[in-house]
Design a binder for this molecule. Structure first.
Ligand code: ZN
Length: 281
């Protein structure tokens, strides 16, 4: 039951996060200048507050050190950002480009989200999930012995990577929770780790979706499939064919591709990670 809710949260991350646009500069006001405040009422949880603002709980934990235990206490005042991401102090001598590379977001998106400032002291990095070990380990480095290889045989080009991007002709960044790997419709799709099938069926924008739970709190998702060849509860080995590439659901681009996600389990839900670190291992 909890699982179903988390899947829906995943679907929401496909959605468009609107940005307030300043008419004069063509640049939005910096995200960090647009934080609002929420006073915790009795009966509210960190999760319910996050849902109310279309955020994930870890975003609130990152911005509000008082709730990093995962608990919100009535009367507490929380800072609420306009969309998911983390606040980062810009280290001396580092540029926005350095930060964009470190967090694997597009430099132009980072620049725009932060009000087109050349050298801000602190920035909001969109789409990055706060983690308690943030200070000691680089963000978004997927190191796991349980996942390796590619879900497609041979090398396949990436048509759209993980994270925020500006679609052609659009003025609002959109968050992409996985990586799109180009492949012809009908190409076999393989599990990239041993695991158990947690979901196999049609799921809204994901189309035909297979979700596999792995050891060490990892989950992989294979979306927009044509055919599904596994069942919920089935145990599978790395390299097993789980279905074929298709164009079901709502693909981000018209070119046929596999929408592939890697998520890690936190006590607050399945958090999307950049699949590239796993695929290229
Ligand atoms: Zn995609």
């Amino acid at each position: 039951m909890q699982y179903r809710g988390l899947l829906l949260a995943g679907v929401l991350s496909f959605g468009i996060m609107p940005l307030a646009q300043s008419a004069e500069s063509g640049c939005p006001a910096p995200a960090l200048s647009r934080l609002s405040r929420h006073t915790v009422k009795s009966g509210e949880t960190l999760e319910s507050i996050a849902v109310r603002y279309n955020l994930i709980p870890t975003t609130l934990m990152g911005l509000n050190p008082d709730v990093r235990s995962g608990k919100a206490t009535p009367g507490q005042e929380l800072l609420i950002p306009p969309y998911n991401g983390i606040r980062v102090e810009v280290p001396a001598g580092q540029s926005l480009k350095d930060l964009a590379a470190r967090y694997r977001v597009r430099a132009d998106v980072l620049y725009e989200v932060n009000g087109c400032q050349q050298s801000p002291k602190a920035v909001f990095v969109p789409g990055v999930n706060w983690s308690p070990n943030e200070a000691t380990k680089p963000a978004l480095v997927g190191v796991s012995s349980v996942l390796s290889g590619s879900p497609l045989t041979g090398s396949s080009a990436i048509s759209l990577g993980f994270g925020w991007y500006l679609p052609n002709g659009a003025t609002k960044p959109v968050f992409h929770s996985g990586t799109d790997l180009l492949a012809n419709v009908g190409t076999p799709v393989q599990a990239i780790g041993d695991g158990t099938v947690a979901f196999a069926g049609n799921q809204s924008t994901y189309g035909n979706l297979v979700v596999i739970n792995h050891q060490q709190g990892y989950q992989t998702r294979y979306a927009q499939l044509a055919k599904i060849s596994v069942k919920v509860g089935q145990t599978i080995k790395r390299g097993a064919t789980i279905g074929t590439v298709g164009q079901t659901g709502t693909p981000t681009t018209p070119q046929p591709h596999l929408h592939f996600e890697v998520r890690s389990n936190s006590k607050l839900g399945w958090v999307a990670e950049d699949p590239i670190a796993f695929i290229r291992k």
